[in-house]
Design a protein around this ligand. Structure first.
Ligand SMILES: Nc1ncnc2c1ncn2[C@@H]1O[C@H](COP(=O)(O)OP(=O)(O)OP(=O)(O)O)[C@@H](O)[C@H]1O
Ligand SMILES: [Mg+2]
Length: 233
């Protein structure tokens, strides 16, 4: 569904992404893990057209989308839940959701129904100002807003960030459910254990390069990976 080939991206002279190649098949959850500054968000920004690509290509469903601008990417069926949630704090839950729909024409009722079924807590709070939601609820809203455009590929940037463990577990169950409903997912996480536990395959980024990749279950049980990335031996 998505194929990134030998991607290089820079911020001025900083070579942030070095020859990144990765693939996502339809229906998969693929995780992209790595520590602070590894290039995870930059990879998503290249896919969504927010950061310019110096060399290499990105194909989505066999269409070359390299350097296609952000608003067109959403229309093609790719949607991002950004790092740090970035909900509009002064707008209500319903208004935030509506903004996730801006690129899409047609009836919005089904889209609202779908996200409210997934996230009943948002349904109870449709008129609440987003800035007053708890961290977990804001994360739900960011994901729900991304789903409003009915994407085929959902990009999640660190959904677990700053949330209590029980909230994170609940959120990850919902991510699995979204995937079961037919949405392919690229999950960016610093929490490697968690990401590996729900994904089919994973790529590990280290200072802008893919250091290794494989089936998530295998990586989870690999002694070297445990030592280097999972904080245990
Ligand atoms: N707008 C920018 N201008 C200059 N450098 C940037 C910019 N955005 C990111 N970088 C640099 O690119 C590198 C990769 O950053 P990126 O945000 O992709 O990392 P990340 O893996 O998402 O990290 P984190 O886990 O902290 O979110 C870092 O060295 C960062 O300083
Ligand atoms: Mg990031």
């Amino acid at each position: 569904m998505l194929r990134i080939t030998n991607l290089n991206a820079f911020y001025d002279n900083v070579h942030a992404l070095k020859d990144i190649s990765l693939e996502i098949q339809k229906g998969e959850i693929v995780s992209l893990i790595g520590s602070n500054g590894a290039g995870k968000t930059s990879t998503l920004s290249c896919i969504t057209g927010l950061v310019g690509i110096r060399s290499g290509t990105i194909h989505y469903k066999d269409k070359n989308i390299t350097n296609v601008p952000a608003h067109k990417i959403v229309r093609l069926g790719i949607s991002l839940s950004p790092e740090g949630r970035e909900v509009f704090p002064g707008l209500t839950v319903a208004e935030n959701l509506k903004l996730g729909r801006y690129s899409k024409k047609g009836n919005t009722t089904t889209a609202y129904e779908r996200v409210y079924t997934l996230f009943p807590r948002l349904k109870e709070r449709t008129l609440q100002i987003a800035g007053t939601l708890s961290g977990g609820e804001q994360q739900m809203l960011a994901i729900a807003r991304a789903l409003m455009s009915e994407p085929e590929l959902l990009l999640l940037d660190e959904p677990s960030l700053g949330l209590a463990p029980n909230i994170v577990l609940m959120l990850f169950e919902l991510i699995k459910e979204i995937n079961k409903q037919g949405v392919t997912i690229l999950l960016v996480e610093q929490n490697a254990n968690l990401a590996l536990s729900i994904s089919n395959r994973a790529y590990v980024l280290e200072t802008g390069r893919i250091a290794l990749s494989g089936i998530s279950q295998n990586l989870l049980h690999d002694e070297n990976i445990k030592k280097a990335y999972l904080g245990s031996v």
